[in-house]
Design a binder for this molecule. Structure first.
Ligand code: HEC
Length: 107
């Protein structure tokens, strides 16, 4: 393979991995939205124009909390507020927690 071809192959591989990363982010986005409904988060939280009022509105939660803080609240809310009404979602699969955290951090 000459240098030009090698460079083209590398550029091509880089472009493909960018596309793959984009597709994964989109998948997590859809998964996150689905989990918010499936797990009953809206029983207590307003999101996308509907939901309960016990917890804070999650529409712009990504502006207030970073990924680490989101992960903490979701998996161990009592570590943030010992008297919280929010249940711990520590039984979720790590991919599900990742999807929720990524989704919420983009709000
Ligand atoms: C039983 C009610 C309830 C349910 C169900 C619930 N939460 Fe909460 N959540 C709360 C309350 C109340 C708070 C406020 C924190 C506190 O009590 O100090 C909170 C706080 C949060 C926060 C921090 C918001 C902020 O602005 O600080 C996030 C993020 C969050 N919840 C996400 C979720 C997600 C995601 C789900 C579903 C997987 C969920 N919650 C389910 C009650 C709930």
């Amino acid at each position: 393979m000459n240098v030009k071809k090698a460079a083209a192959a590398i550029a091509c591989a880089a472009a493909l991995s960018l596309v793959a990363a984009g597709a994964m982010a989109e998948e997590n986005e859809a998964k996150g939205r689905e989990l918010i409904s499936a797990l009953g988060c809206k029983g207590c939280h307003q999101f996308d124009g509907s939901g309960g009022k016990l917890g804070p509105n999650l529409d712009e939660v990504g502006q207030r909390l970073d990924e680490e803080a989101l992960r903490k609240v979701i998996t161990d809310p009592k570590s943030v507020n010992p008297g919280t009404m929010m249940p711990a979602y520590d039984h979720l699969k790590s991919e599900e927690i990742d999807a929720l955290v990524e989704f919420l951090s983009n709000q």
